[in-house]
Design a protein around this ligand. Structure first.
Ligand code: HEC
Length: 109
């Protein structure tokens, strides 16, 4: 009996995964995009975030993720398709980048 239950768990997870809405998918991609979540540096809504303050050679410095909500899609896409200072390189598909872009530009509810 136990083994039967164990066998069914992945089926439930699989079934549940295919029933998430587009919004839920976009939100989870933003927070967990095969790498460190965008929210860790750009904030929950992409409005930017102060990640760390540190002293470099006696100079006070800040590391922050910029606001990424005001970019056009072309700029957004290119930024994610190239190496950035301080930002990890992601290998996202065009569809995924579109999903992220829509997520950051969805109508405020
Ligand atoms: C470790 C922190 C960090 C993470 C995680 C991160 N970014 Fe960034 N991002 C940055 C920094 C820092 C910059 C500014 C880079 C520069 O000035 O060259 C940046 C720049 C950008 C830009 C360009 C902004 C502009 O005005 O040109 C976009 C778009 C962007 N990030 C989107 C994302 C998305 C989408 C994700 C998740 C897939 C993500 N970032 C994850 C730190 C991060």
């Amino acid at each position: 009996m136990k083994w039967l239950l164990l066998l069914m768990i992945p089926m439930y997870i699989f079934a549940a995964a295919s029933f998430i809405t587009e919004d839920e998918y976009a939100s989870s991609l933003y927070k967990n995009p095969r790498g460190i979540g965008c929210d860790k540096c750009h904030g929950e809504n992409g409005k930017g975030l102060l990640v760390a303050k540190y002293v470099d050679n006696g100079v006070q410095k800040e590391f922050r993720g910029p606001d990424i909500t005001a970019l056009g899609f072309k700029k957004f896409y290119e930024s994610l398709d190239s190496r950035k200072r301080g930002m990890p390189r992601y290998f996202l598909t065009k569809d995924e980048i579109e999903t992220l872009y829509k997520y950051l530009h969805k109508e405020k509810k």
